[in-house]
Design a protein around this ligand. Structure first.
Ligand code: CP
Length: 349
């Protein structure tokens, strides 16, 4: 008798269905007219902060993301012959793999550094000198570094675009772009200039805006669609949850913000629940609000969606994975199309 190795090996692997959920990106595309003039301005620019993007650019990038998601042959191989320098000095599953996947899907080639101690940095070489070399070896740099100033130091010497893939506790703008793409697929009407009161949404963010780069960048993007948001409720257990001037900047853009220390009483009124409990700092991580947990038994509003930048911990129970609230996997999957849209807009030669 042949011994069985594993039950999963008995069945062929199902090929991934790239058109899964296709109606959602199509609805997004129908909501707004195509006008790529706004994103044409991004060509050959670096991306450090979500603050750099106008509402029009954000919306058109999400529209272009939907185009990549729904039309597999769209814009095939525009990056043929172009080289991405992938520099990830901090752990990453999604950001690194999705950026590299995007570059391959768009036809380009990749060279990478995963440990700065294998470069001249170990011999005291300055980041400016490293950046000067990168000008000659690649066409775009994607950098994740726990030193939030590193990207600014490199920017001084770079003559090719650099993309911030997470700089310490500061920002993670392309994650926030993927978050916005998920939100617009869920409710395309939020992109409209005028959103009626009954269509406005309440967003609950379980996390620390002053310490979490994903939250900081997401809030900046949300401030671009403040006309569509009833309220942003920050659920946080610390007294100082914002960094200096952060809340003032967001409120000046029209975002209505409230801070709460309670999760369960807020949940029945929240349309988008964004949860994250980890901030990477230096060579380790901080946990924030680990007492706030979501599970199938949480009093979630009917139709509410949950977003999480991942990696998850105990704050997000796996028993939510097969519920209507799970949009976090779609959010991670959509990051490929969002980064395709961004990369193909930045790299024009
Ligand atoms: N969302 C995110 O940044 O995940 P990684 O740390 O796995 O890249």
């Amino acid at each position: 008798m042949v011994k069985k190795v594993h039950p999963k090996l008995e069945e062929p692997v199902e090929a991934e269905n790239w058109t899964e959920g296709i109606e959602q990106p199509l609805a997004l595309m129908e909501q707004i007219d195509e006008d790529f003039a706004a994103i044409a301005e991004l060509a050959n620019h670096s991306v450090i902060s979500a603050r750099q993007f106008s509402r029009e650019q954000l919306i058109q990038l999400c529209r272009l993301s939907a185009k990549f998601e729904t039309q597999q042959s769209f814009g095939q191989f525009p990056l043929t012959g172009k080289i991405l320098i992938s520099a990830f000095y901090e752990p990453s599953t999604r950001t690194r793999l999705s950026f590299e996947s995007v570059w391959h899907r768009l036809g380009g080639d990749i060279i990478s550094i995963t440990d700065p101690s294998t470069t001249g940095i170990a011999k005291g070489e300055s980041l400016k000198d490293v950046a000067e070399m990168m000008n000659h070896y690649g066409d775009v740099v994607v950098l994740r570094d726990s030193n939030e100033r590193a990207i600014y130091e490199m920017l001084e010497a770079l003559r090719i675009p650099i993309i911030n893939a997470g700089n310490g506790t500061d920002e993670h703008p392309t994650q926030a772009l993927a978050d916005m793409y998920a939100i617009f697929k869920w409710r395309p009407e939020l992109m409209s200039n005028e959103v009626s009161d009954d269509k406005k949404i309440t967003i609950g963010i379980i996390g620390n805006p002053g310490r979490m780069r994903t939250v900081r960048s997401l809030l900046l993007f949300l401030s671009r669609i403040s006309q569509a948001i009833k309220e942003v409720v920050i659920i946080c257990n610390t007294t100082e949850s914002f960094s200096q001037d952060q809340r003032e900047e967001l409120e000046a853009e029209g975002l209505n913000i409230r801070v709460s220390r309670e999760l369960e009483p807020e949940l029945p009124d929240i349309d988008v629940v964004y949860i994250n409990a980890i901030a990477w700092v230096g060579n380790t991580y901080e946990e924030h609000g680990i007492e706030y947990k979501l599970s199938k038994s949480s009093p979630l509003k009917k139709g509410a969606i949950i977003l999480h930048p991942l990696a998850r911990g105990e704050e997000l129970s796996t028993d939510l994975d097969d519920t209507e609230h799970n949009w976090y996997f779609a959010q991670a999957r959509g990051a490929v199309f969002a980064r395709m849209a961004l990369m193909s807009s930045l790299v024009r030669f």
